[in-house]
Design a protein around this ligand. Structure first.
Ligand code: NAP
Length: 272
């Protein structure tokens, strides 16, 4: 990929830019970024990462890859504006819920549309990136995109039918995990810790747990069993969570997020 155009300069776009600039596979000046109205945001990103602010979508015309990083409810309108400048570029959508078919319809049948669900840790090259591409995307184009994304984390190719599920536990995952940590931090503070000190231990606990799960190739339930001795502290805590239905609540939260992704797809791609 030589030149990128990013549509929408929000938080996901910034995470992506940060990772891709650090990866060093593309000159930041060849990353063109546009917003709907907030010009100051583009200047900020230009100052921080060296990208080139773009005043209009016309800048997309001579790029190889266009990243669709607007909110799902802005997608159809943004694609209408982008359509005149499309030729051979690959479109890479980050948007929750929006089906590939809807993007193709809104762009007059553009064949090269790839749908991804990245998450915020792409900013530090630790992203989880689910990706789905239809057969209309030639394998060499797909390979180049996958290679670029692989520098930002773990890429997993899935069928598009699983994309809303990936959105729920992987796209929204950092939010859910942070929510658990909020509660753990509150408890730590109530038990006498300063928040910053508690946070240092908590963040390392998450990082360490993730590493152990991966390096020892354990399932979460196996690791939980290993660290839970009968009548010990973990056991006492897990018992409280079980009696309060925390497990079921988490299952329901992920299910609800998946349903919401699907609803957004329907709501925001309705024609006419
Ligand atoms: N945030 C996450 O953790 C996350 C994770 C995975 C996927 N995603 C997906 O990433 C996408 C972006 O999310 P976000 O959280 O980064 O959103 P965001 O912070 O609200 O940013 C969206 C940006 O899109 C711009 N925009 C809207 N309409 C436009 C148009 N017609 N032309 C050009 N720019 C336009 C907005 O510009 P103005 O401010 O000037 O209006 C805004 O800067 C969403 O589709 C979301 O589903 C997000």
């Amino acid at each position: 990929m030589k030149r990128l155009f990013i549509l929408g300069a929000g938080s996901m776009a910034e995470s992506f830019i940060k990772g891709i600039v650090e990866e060093g596979v593309i000159d930041p000046r060849d990353i063109f970024v546009c917003n709907r109205s907030r010009r100051e945001r583009l200047l900020e990103l230009s100052e921080w990462y060296g990208i080139t602010p773009a005043d209009s979508m016309a800048r997309a015309a001579d790029t190889d890859l266009v990243i669709l990083a607007v909110k799902p409810y802005d997608m159809m309108e943004a694609l209408k504006q982008l359509r005149p400048y499309l030729s051979n570029q690959v479109l890479l959508s980050f948007a929750a819920g929006i089906p590939i078919d809807a993007i193709r319809r809104a762009t007059g049948g553009h064949p090269y549309v790839i749908r991804t669900m990245p998450n915020v840790p792409v900013a530090v090259m630790q992203g989880a990136i689910a990706l789905s591409a239809p057969p209309t995307v030639p394998r060499d184009k797909l390979r180049r995109v996958v290679e670029m994304l692989a520098g930002l984390g773990q890429v997993v190719e899935i069928e598009e039918g699983l994309m809303d599920a990936a959105t729920a536990f992987s796209g929204s995952g950092p939010g859910f995990i942070s929510y658990l940590l909020e509660a753990m931090e509150q408890a730590a503070v109530e038990l006498g810790f300063a928040p910053e000190l508690a946070r240092r231990l908590l963040v390392q606990t998450v990082i360490g747990t993730a590493h152990v799960l991966r390096e020892w190739d354990l399932s979460p339930s196996e690791l939980r069993r290993r660290v839970t001795s009968p009548n010990g502290t973990t056991h006492a805590g897990v018992e409280v969570m079980q009696s309060r239905g925390v497990y079921e609540a988490i299952v329901e939260a992920v299910r609800r997020a998946a349903v919401r992704a699907e609803e957004m797809g329907r709501e925001y791609t309705r024609e006419g």
